[in-house]
Design a protein around this ligand. Structure first.
Ligand code: SF4
Ligand code: SF4
Length: 422
């Protein structure tokens, strides 16, 4: 980190001792997993820098923006429309956490057999580890899985900042109306918090910013379809993780610069592995930062990850908002319909997800699918079984969490799977 941010962390009320511990674990993991990779694109230097400053420069930047009156909105789910936050000059931050540290604290409030992602975001807050939570003016939850819904009630007692969007479980006409009304309510809430108004102009600009970000991520995804892939799955995952907390305009620029470099690599048939290396599509639960375990195992077992069918992956960037609207109402409708098209396993039925996985598999020219569910994530665990029956490709199911206890066992299983793809 370029400077000492201790005064800022102290002001935000972090537990400085535990926080130092977290940063040192993170920095060691990053060195071992990321910096040891060979033949990385130069464009990854920016993302390495962002990680090295994950609790430094970006936190300071947001802190300064708050002083100028901008509001910070924290979220846990890709159903929350970023466009509305940006239209009102807010800062949109993903708060999901991908490390086990703090889970013991969380288990004082929620059962042990809750998914690791929920335990992590609760644990990070309860242990005084997350500067972003402290910077938020509003934390937006959603009625997706039962674990999150109930955890938000407790999170509200702790933070007093929760606002929950009602997300339907189905996608019928009445559900669509309900969801649109939730989007409108969220707009009203944001207007009240920011003291600003949505206009046609700011809504269009914000939509363009978010669309551009998604288009850049899609461009990155398409480049991974080449053999050999010009970028590792680990690096592409990192870019997708950083999408949730970097400044969106700067982020888009840097992703496009990276893609320019990757295009050159593709032209020269230059890749991070040799041609013919087994190609894996990972599908399932989200990979909150710094959850790199599965990618690290796959890529250290002689294969390469070419795509993530995940909220930290294709589910986040597949669809963009139709920017062709002429009134605020029409804009809100287009935004609401884009978000309702997301194929999260919390919906029933959710058959489009199976089709989307099949299409992505073809597009990326993958050789096999690893379905990854966080333990106790019932929606994805159950869909993993359904997918096994419907998908016509080499397939394996994995249930895991953030701990390293099953590392060896997973590696053995994944190596055996990869062997069958050669
Ligand atoms: S898996 Fe579903 S509930 Fe979780 S972040 Fe993704 S869309 Fe939201
Ligand atoms: S990973 Fe599954 S159980 Fe955990 S928060 Fe997301 S949908 Fe809920």
């Amino acid at each position: 980190m370029s400077k000492d941010y201790t005064p800022l962390w102290r002001e935000l009320g972090l537990d400085l001792v535990k926080h130092d511990g977290l940063l040192s674990v993170l920095s060691d993991a990053y060195k071992n997993i990321y910096l040891s990779q060979k033949n990385r694109p130069d464009g990854m230097k920016y993302f390495d820098f962002v990680i090295s400053e994950v609790h430094g420069l970006r936190v300071e930047e947001i802190y300064e923006a708050k002083k100028q009156g901008r509001k910070v909105i924290g979220t846990f789910c890709i159903y929350v429309p970023e466009e509305l936050v940006l239209a009102l000059d807010g800062i949109f931050i993903g708060l999901c956490a991908g490390a086990e540290i703090g889970s013991e604290e969380a288990e004082k409030f929620i059962p042990r057999n809750t998914c690791a992602l929920i335990k992590a975001f609760m644990g990070f807050k309860l242990s005084g580890l997350c500067p972003y939570v402290e910077l938020t003016d509003l934390i937006v939850g959603e009625t997706t899985c039962d674990g999150k819904k109930k955890a938000y009630e407790i999170f509200d007692e702790i933070t007093k900042k929760m606002y929950v969007m009602g997300i339907p479980n189905m996608k019928n006409d009445l559900d669509k109306k309900l969801w649109l009304s939730e989007v409108v309510k969220f707009k009203d809430k944001l207007e009240q918090i920011t003291g600003k108004k949505i206009t046609l102009d700011n809504l269009k600009k914000a939509t363009e910013i978010v669309n551009n970000k998604r288009i850049a991520l899609k461009r990155l995804s398409k480049l991974r379809a080449h053999d050999p892939p010009p970028i590792s799955g680990l690096d592409a995952l990192l870019v997708n993780q950083i999408a949730f907390y970097d400044d969106p305009i700067r982020f888009t620029l840097k992703v496009n610069e990276l893609c320019d470099e990757l295009e050159e690599r593709v032209k020269n048939s230059e890749g991070v592995v040799s041609k013919g290396t087994p190609r894996i599509l990972i599908a399932g639960s989200p990979f909150a930062i710094p959850n790199w375990k599965l990618h690290a195992i796959v890529e250290n077992s002689g294969a390469i990850v070419v795509g993530e069918e995940s909220c930290v992956g294709s589910r986040n960037f597949r669809e963009i908002v139709d920017n062709n609207f002429n009134s605020i109402e029409e804009g809100l409708e287009k935004i609401s319909s884009r978000y309702l098209s997301i194929d999260c396993a919390c919906f029933t039925p959710n058959n489009e997800r199976i089709e989307n996985i099949k299409n992505l598999y073809k597009e990326l020219d993958a050789d096999g699918v690893i379905h990854y569910s966080l333990q106790f994530c019932t929606p994805y665990m159950i869909e993993a079984y359904k997918l096994e029956r419907k998908i016509d490709s080499p397939y394996m199911r994995i249930e895991t969490d953030y701990s390293m206890e099953d590392f060896g066992q997973l590696k053995t299983r994944i190596e055996a799977f990869i062997e069958t793809l050669r």
